[in-house]
Write a protein that binds this ligand. Structure first.
Ligand code: ADQ
Length: 463
């Protein structure tokens, strides 16, 4: 549409087109933005993922499939302090309620601010008057304020893909006020759920003394007003649901079915991350087998978890813990012809995942905390309407607020998980259908295109 403003998207990484389709290493944000950008003209800017001796400020651009990307390289020090340090060892654990893992280092905080300034310096020349600017996620919270400092008058919005912690937790962050002050330089700030939004508004009111208008959803401080709203992200329904007709998905489904034969396959697909509750999931499965040893032959659990952020210590630890727990369950419960847990450390294409999801009659999505969780939605989208599987979903995933007809569980409780697994295994077809038919309406109708349109409509309307 020609009267549409141009869109400049800025996120830590961009999904370089040649890597598209292999979503494993990229996670939810990249897939969502790829879908969003196809509808708009503009550019997507971020770090190339490359490490160089010295940051040069050089930008490389390419256009594929109608999406123009612009990337810059970062130095080893920048990556260490900004990405592995402040973003992934301070903000990520804190925002996922893991105070025990959050590191508060002055140097990495400074590196975070320095790299945000580098992003502003590189992105500003890409932005024309009248462009909408959409900044993504916890890596780039101060970027809007840095762009404003360069005189940018554009409408600039920010979307947080992860939870916003309760005020009580958030205040443990040194200089928390400074971080939120920078956030209030955006015209629109979006969260995944009403819960994260409420935590943010509560913080602004009680800690900053900002004027909060709950009805209008605005926060006013120092004469500036920011619209703060919940915009639950969805999947690219048209693209994902069409994968079912592909040979790749059908082959993957058959492959899984033939390898599990008369056993029910239960599946988990996650980036290897401590927020995803993977050891706790295995504890729940172990508890189920302890309580029902006779059902070991009925069930096989497949966990697909490609490693991520391997330079961060806590990620190496979670990997070791998972290998140990898998070994324990399999050691105690395997037969010569039946291994209860298959743990796969790699990514698959979305087509293959579709096939695996469809073949698995139980989907286990049990994060301890998650902004939304798109795997839950993909699992629902992949089900056979005549014989749908059962989604077991953590009440602490943002998706739980939208998907109350899943079996909601407390992922910290092995008994709760074990109970849900038993209930899913025994659920009659009529109940499975009834639940799935309600779930699929939300997944289909609240999709990523709606998410983009809703956010950009509000951003364009803010003057
Ligand atoms: P993530 O933490 O990456 O995203 P999620 O929303 O579940 O989590 O998205 C993961 C995506 O990666 C899905 O599209 C999934 O199919 C894909 N993926 C995961 N494991 C894979 C594998 N083994 N092989 C191939 N693909 C795999 C962050 C937030 C979430 C939020 C999203 C989007 O942490 O809470 O939902 O951004 O906002």
């Amino acid at each position: 549409m020609s009267d549409q403003p141009r869109l400049v998207v800025i996120s830590n990484r961009v999904a370089v087109p040649k890597a598209r389709g292999v979503a494993g290493a990229q996670g939810g944000l990249a897939g969502a933005l790829n879908a969003a950008l196809k509808k708009y003209t503009g550019v997507w800017f971020g770090w190339s993922g490359e490490e160089v001796d010295e940051h040069t400020g050089e930008i490389s651009t390419q256009t594929t499939d109608g999406v123009t990307t612009a990337t810059m390289d970062l130095s080893a020090r920048d990556i260490d302090e900004y990405y592995n340090g402040y973003a992934n060892s301070t903000l990520w654990p804190l925002f996922h309620y893991r105070l025990d893992l959050a590191e508060y280092e002055r140097e990495t905080g400074k590196g975070y601010e320095r790299v945000n300034e580098l992003f502003a310096e590189a992105a500003a020349p890409l932005i024309n008057d009248g462009d909408l600017v959409w900044v993504h996620d916890y890596h780039l919270i101060p970027l809007g304020e840095r762009l404003r400092a360069r005189g940018l008058k554009n409408r600039i919005g920010f979307f947080l893909h992860i939870p916003w912690p309760a005020a009580r937790l958030f205040v443990s962050l040194p200089y928390h006020e400074r971080l939120v002050h920078t956030l209030l330089h955006y015209d629109v700030v979006g969260f995944q759920t009403a819960e994260w939004l409420d935590s943010f508004l509560h913080y602004c009111r009680t800690e900053l003394g900002a004027e909060v208008d709950d009805e209008a959803g605005t926060v006013t401080l120092d004469g500036r007003t920011t619209l703060a709203r919940a915009y639950p992200i969805g999947i690219d329904w048209d693209h994902f649901s069409a994968l079912g007709a592909t040979a790749e998905a059908q082959k993957a489904e058959k492959r899984l079915l033939s390898s599990t034969r008369h056993r029910t396959a239960m599946i988990g697909v996650d980036r290897l991350d401590y927020s995803k509750g993977l050891p706790e999931r295995l504890d729940g499965i172990g508890r189920f087998f302890d309580q029902h040893p006779e059902r070991v032959r009925d069930l096989v659990f497949i966990q697909i978890a490609p490693p991520s952020r391997e330079d961060v210590d806590s990620y190496q630890q979670i990997r070791a813990e998972l290998e140990q727990k898998t070994g324990q369950i399999n050691g105690a419960r395997s037969e010569v012809d039946a291994v209860p847990v298959r743990y796969v450390n790699r990514g698959y294409s979305h087509g293959e995942l579709f096939g695996f999801f469809r073949a698995a009659k139980i989907g286990l999505v049990t994060p301890l905390r998650d902004g939304m969780n798109l795997v839950a939605k993909e699992y629902i989208a992949a089900q056979d309407p005549d014989d749908p599987g059962v989604l077991i979903l953590s009440r602490f995933a943002g998706a739980a607020a939208q998907l109350p007809d899943a079996l909601l569980v407390n992922p910290h409780s092995p008994d709760d998980l074990a109970h849900a697994i038993g209930k899913a295994l025994d659920m009659p077809l009529a109940e499975r259908k009834e639940r799935w038919e309600k779930l699929v309406v939300t997944v289909r109708d609240d999709n990523v295109q709606d998410w983009t349109a809703n956010f950009l409509r509000d951003l364009a309307a803010q003057v």
